[in-house]
Design a protein around this ligand. Structure first.
Ligand code: FMN
Length: 169
């Protein structure tokens, strides 16, 4: 084990070759207002029981407030929602939700973003420390996707850039 020898720039560059979807994980801030974070580390975890997970940084400003509320909703972004990806990745925006259309979910009141291709509404089941990130495990309470007839396409992140899925013929 020689993790001291791993150069952080090389780590980022190599891991950037693994493409991810892009989600905005939303929740409720301490004042009860809406809050959201752009997250690429979202993953399904377990079907029985239904669990999902994601990894926020330990020094995230917004995560502690969301954690206190005990709930979150994962919004899977569509290929035309790149602006939301960058907006929710910014720290210190006065009003992150200005001009963003959303409604509260039934189960947790977390924001569901208009135009997201799928959402997964969760309660926090557990949080495991994982280096400079937390691994947050959520119990799925409710979930939905947009109708497939509307042919939604997912936003993808690869080598630091946004793009979209193209199916092989
Ligand atoms: C495509 C993309 C994916 C991201 N994925 C993650 C992630 O999985 N975990 C994380 O902590 N930050 C991730 N970030 C960065 C956070 O969105 C950003 O650091 C965070 O919003 C800072 O918020 P804060 O105000 O809570 O500190 C990602 C950013 C982008 C653009």
């Amino acid at each position: 084990m020689a993790d001291d020898s791993i150069d952080p720039i090389q780590y980022r560059r190599v891991l950037g070759h693994f493409p991810t979807g892009v989600t905005v994980v939303t929740g409720l801030a301490e004042d009860g207002g809406p809050v959201g974070l752009t997250i690429g580390s979202f993953t399904s975890v377990s079907l029985d029981p239904p669990l999902v997970g994601f990894l926020p940084m330990v020094n995230s400003d917004r995560w502690p407030g969301m954690r206190s509320a005990g709930v979150f909703c994962v919004n899977v972004l569509a290929s035309d929602q790149g602006e939301l990806c960058w907006r929710f990745a910014k720290t210190g925006l006065e009003d992150q939700f200005a001009g963003v259309e959303w409604h509260p979910s039934n189960a947790t009141a977390s924001p569901i973003l208009e135009g997201a291709i799928a959402w997964i509404d969760c309660s926090i089941e557990g949080v495991v420390d994982a280096g400079d990130h937390h691994f947050v495990i959520g119990r799925v309470l409710q979930l939905e996707h947009v109708a497939s007839e509307s042919e939604p396409n997912a936003l993808l992140f690869f080598r630091g850039k946004l793009g979209e899925f193209t199916q092989h013929e």
